[in-house]
Design a protein around this ligand. Structure first.
Ligand SMILES: Nc1ncnc2c1ncn2[C@@H]1O[C@H](COP(=O)(O)OS(=O)(=O)O)[C@@H](OP(=O)(O)O)[C@H]1O
Length: 611
C-alpha cells in the first residue's frame, strides 16, 4: 500500500491517454468532491428526462383511448365521465350503479350497435363530406349561403317565441324561487356534483355513447325535432325502437302507457329495445318492463304560455275550444267551457303534467296546488335524468349530447312541425298571466326545470363552453341547410314538391315542411331526406324495417278495406286499434284510462291526405 502523498504522485505520473486513469486522477484529486457532485447532477437530469418522457407517453395514450390499457382496464373506472355521473346520481343505490356500469360496459363491447357503428358512420360521412365540399364551394361568390339564423331561430339571449310575459319568463331563467325548491334540495341531481370535479371530468373524459334511451315525447314542445334526431341516430346504427303496436304513430296516447302497447312485447319477437320515443302518457313502472335497466330517460318542456298559444291553434277542434271565439275567450270562461271527462280535452289543461302521467285537473286557487306541484316535480326528478327546455333548444342539444356521450353531428336537426307565421297569433298583454293561472301546475313544473336546466349548464358544461358549442352546432346546421335544402329553409305545405315529405296538417295550424336541394347526388339526398322526414312517415318506415311481415299483413288488410272506403289505411288501423283497446281496457287494472275517443288526433285523421 502506498501512503496518500505517494499515491497522488503516482496517479499524476500516469499517462493521460487512458480514460480510466483520467477518472481515477480526477477522483483522487484534491477536488474529487466536485466530480461526485457532477456525477450526481448527471444522474438527476437523466431521471428527470425519463420521468417526463413517461408522463408524455401516458397522457397521449389517454387521448387516443388508452390503447395500451384497453384490454385490461375498464376505462370507465379510470375516469368517471359526465355520463357516468348522470347515471350514478340517478341510480337507486351505489350497488345498482356498479351493476349498471358493469352492464353498460359489457354491452358496449358486445352490442351489435358498436359493430354497426361503422355502418352509420360511413353513411354519415357521405353527407358530411358533401357538406364540407359545399362549404369550400360556398366560399366562392356563386354559392347559395344560408346563415344558421335563417334556418333556426336563435335562442339563448332572446326568447324563441316573443310572447307577452316572456320577459317574466326570462327573468326566471336562473332566479327561480318556487316553494317546492327547498324540499327538493335533497333529491340527488347532477347539479349536486361539484363543479371542479365535473370540469376535470370534461377535460379528461372518455365515455361510451348511450343508446338505451327513453324520450317522453311531450306535446308542442319541439319533440318531433328530437324524435327525428333519435330516429336518425338509431336507424343509422340499426338500433331497435319500441314502436307502437299495429303501426300506430303513438303509444296509444292518451291512455296511460302499458308495456303491451309496444310491438313485439306480447309476441316476444323483440329481444331488446334500444330507443322508445313516441307520444305516450308516461308510467315509469310499465316503461321499465320494456326498456333496459340502464336506459337514459329524458324529456322536454316548453313555456306554457307559448305552448298554449300553439295548442289552441293546433287542437282547435277539441270540445273545450269549440265554443271559444279566441284564446282569451276560452281563458276567461275556462271552467265553464272545460269538461275534464270529455275525450280530447286534456290538451287544453296542464298538458305537460298530463303527459308525465299526473292528474292535470287542478285550479290555481286549489289548496293542494303547491303540494301537487312538489310531488310532480319530485317524481319527474326521480324518473328522468334530464329535462330539456324548448326555448333553449340548441343549448338543450348540447346538454343532451354530453349526457349521451354523442357527437355534435349526432344532434344537428332542422326545425320540424313548425307553424307558418300566418297561423301564429300574438297574445294580448295580460293573456300570458291568464295562461299561467289556467295552467298553474304546468307553470310550476316549468319554472322548476327551467332553473335546474341552467344549473346543469353552469355546473356540468359551463357558460363559455356552452356558447362555443352552440355556435358550432348552429354553424353545422347552417352548412347542412346549404347542402340539403332548396332555398335553405322551411316552406308552406302547399309548396312541398314531394308529397311523401309533407307533414301532417291538423286543426287551424299550417305546418311547414322542406324541399330538398335538387342538385345533390343520390346518396346525399337519401341522407338529407332523413332530416326532413316528418314523424308519421318516419315511424311508418321504421316499423316496416323492423317488422316487415307484420307491415305486409297490415298493408294487405288495408288493401282489402280500400275499395269500400276512401280512408283505407286509417280505417284498417282504426279497426285493429278498437279491437286492441277493447281487449286491453276490459281489464279492471287499466281503468285509469280516460274516457273519450279511442283514437288520437293524429290517428283518427285521414293519413291518406298526407301520404
Ligand atoms: N328546434 C326547435 N326549436 C324551437 N322550437 C321548435 C323546434 N322544432 C320545433 N319547434 C316547435 O315545436 C312545436 C311543435 O312541437 P312538437 O313537435 O312537440 O308537436 S307535436 O305535439 O308532436 O305535434 C312547434 O311550435 P309552434 O310553431 O309554436 O306550433 C315548432 O315550431
Amino acid at each position: 500500500m502506498l501512503s496518500p502523498p505517494r499515491r497522488w504522485r503516482w496517479i499524476r505520473e500516469q499517462p493521460l491517454s487512458s480514460i480510466s486513469t483520467c477518472l481515477r486522477r480526477g477522483l483522487w484529486s484534491r477536488h474529487h468532491y466536485l466530480w461526485i457532485l457532477l456525477v450526481l447532477l448527471v444522474v438527476c437530469i437523466a431521471i428527470q428526462t425519463f420521468v417526463a418522457h413517461q408522463a408524455r407517453t401516458s397522457s397521449s395514450d389517454k387521448l387516443t383511448g388508452l390503447p395500451r390499457l384497453r384490454f385490461t382496464v375498464n376505462k370507465q373506472h379510470l375516469f368517471p365521465t359526465l355520463q357516468n355521473i348522470w347515471e350514478g346520481l340517478h341510480s337507486e343505490s351505489s350497488l345498482a350503479v356498479n351493476q349498471d356500469a358493469g352492464l353498460l360496459h359489457t354491452e358496449t363491447t358486445a352490442d351489435p350497435h358498436h359493430e354497426n357503428e361503422g355502418y352509420g358512420k360511413s353513411l354519415d360521412n357521405i353527407l358530411w363530406k358533401h357538406v364540407d365540399k359545399n362549404i369550400s364551394l360556398a366560399t366562392g361568390s356563386q354559392a347559395r349561403k344560408v346563415s344558421p339564423g335563417k334556418l333556426l331561430q336563435k335562442h339563448g339571449d332572446k326568447p324563441a317565441v316573443e310572447v307577452p310575459g316572456s320577459s317574466v319568463l326570462h327573468g326566471t331563467r336562473k332566479g327561480l324561487i318556487v316553494s317546492t325548491h327547498k324540499r327538493l334540495m335533497n333529491t340527488p341531481t347532477p347539479s349536486s356534483v361539484s363543479e371542479t370535479h365535473i370540469n376535470s371530468v370534461l377535460t379528461k373524459a372518455t365515455c361510451n355513447p348511450k343508446f338505451h334511451i327513453v324520450f317522453l315525447k311531450t306535446h308542442k314542445t319541439a319533440s318531433s325535432t328530437i324524435l327525428n334526431i333519435l330516429y336518425r341516430y338509431g336507424e343509422s346504427r340499426k338500433l331497435t325502437f319500441a314502436l307502437p303496436l299495429n303501426k300506430h304513430s303513438q303509444l296509444f296516447y292518451p291512455f296511460p302507457f302499458t308495456s303491451n302497447f309496444v310491438e313485439g312485447v306480447s309476441s316476444r319477437s323483440v329481444k331488446e329495445f334500444h330507443i322508445m320515443c313516441n307520444h305516450m302518457r308516461f308510467r315509469k313502472f310499465e316503461v321499465a318492463k320494456v326498456m333496459p335497466k340502464d336506459s337514459f330517460y329524458f324529456s322536454i318542456l316548453r313555456n306554457p304560455v307559448a305552448m298554449m298559444e300553439s295548442i289552441f291553434i293546433y287542437y282547435r277542434s277539441i270540445p273545450a275550444f269549440h265554443k271559444a271565439r279566441s284564446l282569451d275567450d276560452f281563458l276567461d270562461n275556462g271552467w265553464s267551457n272545460y269538461n275534464a271527462s270529455v275525450g280530447g280535452n286534456h290538451y287544453a289543461h296542464n298538458i305537460l303534467a298530463f303527459d308525465f302521467g299526473f292528474d292535470n285537473n287542478v285550479a290555481a286557487d286549489a289548496e293542494d296546488l303547491e303540494e301537487r306541484a312538489s310531488m310532480a316535480i319530485a317524481a319527474i326528478e326521480q324518473d328522468f335524468h334530464l329535462i330539456l327546455i324548448s326555448e333553449y333548444f340548441d343549448e338543450s342539444m348540447i346538454l343532451l349530447r354530453h349526457a349521451l356521450c354523442w357527437s355534435l353531428k349526432d344532434v344537428v336537426s332542422f326545425k320540424l312541425n313548425s307553424r307558418s307565421e300566418q297561423t301564429r297569433h300574438p297574445l294580448l298583454p295580460n293573456t300570458a298571466e291568464k295562461i299561467k293561472k289556467w295552467n298553474a301546475l304546468d307553470w310550476r313544473i316549468y319554472l322548476h326545470f327551467n332553473t335546474t336546466f341552467w344549473h346543469k349548464v353552469d355546473t356540468l358544461i359551463g357558460q363559455e363552453r356552452m356558447k362555443t358549442e352552440v355556435y358550432e352546432l348552429r354553424e353545422l346546421q347552417g352548412k347542412l341547410a346549404n347542402t340539403c335544402l332548396k332555398d335553405g329553409g322551411a316552406v308552406h305545405p302547399s309548396q312541398i314538391k314531394d308529397t311523401g315529405l309533407k307533414p301532417f296538417q291538423y286543426g287551424a295550424a299550417v305546418i311547414q315542411g322542406y324541399n330538398l336541394n335538387p342538385h345533390i347526388d343520390r346518396q346525399t339526398k337519401a341522407k338529407c331526406q332523413t332530416l326532413i322526414t316528418p314523424e308519421l312517415q318516419y315511424t311508418d318506415r321504421l316499423y316496416t324495417q323492423q317488422f316487415p311481415e307484420l307491415a305486409a299483413k297490415l298493408k294487405k288488410a288495408s288493401k282489402v278495406v280500400a275499395p269500400q272506403r276512401q280512408h283505407s289505411l286509417a280505417s284498417a288501423r282504426k279497426a285493429h286499434h278498437k279491437q286492441f283497446v277493447r281487449h286491453t281496457f276490459s281489464n279492471p287494472n287499466n281503468q285509469r284510462a280516460p274516457t273519450g275517443s279511442l283514437l288520437t288526433h293524429k290517428e283518427s285523421n285521414d293519413k291518406a291526405r298526407m301520404l
